[in-house]
Ligand binder design. Sequence first.
Ligand SMILES: Nc1ncnc2c1ncn2[C@@H]1O[C@H](COP(=O)(O)OP(=O)(O)OP(=O)(O)O)[C@@H](O)[C@H]1O
Length: 215
Amino acid sequence: MLKVNQISKTIKGKVILNNISLDLKQGEIYGFVGRNGSGKTMLFRALSGLMKIDSGDIIYNNYKLHHDVTVFPNLGITIENAGLYPEFTGFKNLQLLAKLNRKIGDQEIKIAIKRVGLDPDDVRTFRKYSLGMKQRIVLAQAIMEKPELILLDEPTNSLDEEGVKLIRQVIREEQERGAMVLLASHNKEDIKLLADQVYYLDSGRLVDEVYSHAK
Ligand SMILES: Nc1ncnc2c1ncn2[C@@H]1O[C@H](COP(=O)(O)OP(=O)(O)OP(=O)(O)O)[C@@H](O)[C@H]1O
């Protein structure tokens, strides 16, 4: 259960998040749509603890962000390039990140890399990856530890048709495993095919619940 109570954030006099409240359940996929600059990425940054909010609370499974934890323990997030080292292979990068909390071994990392359609034994360094490959490895990093809460910001925007299909399947599998997935996307098809409920952001404000349907 993710509970967001009236969170707000202003940067340099500009309201970025305006009194946003959400009540989200485990095992659901939530879509977030809205124009460029409407606040989707900033909302995800706030939920991940990467950006401090000015007011309001974010509570996940009884842990209050910035109070009980600085980051939720069971969180997976895709951030562009995710701080990956350009001179290491995809596998080596994920191995380094996995070592930070020692929850998984090489086998799980390899499984995650295969799930996104990449080769764990690829000797190419991250720097030489195509845009789509980078996007895939970043998703592998987000899911490799089987997180309960997954924040995906535009996970398919650099992918070819086959990649889009595969990644949608991975997102569905994560939901089936019981994860809660928050998905920001300009891809209407992603939202239509995946989201159980869709929220619309406009100038940092949650304007509307576009639709909700039980699958
Ligand atoms: N580091 C920053 N410092 C100050 N303002 C920022 C920063 N990053 C983003 N913003 C502002 O925050 C607002 C929301 O941006 P955000 O990136 O969350 O939009 P978005 O909905 O994700 O857009 P897009 O669809 O283009 O990804 C915008 O007005 C943007 O200019």
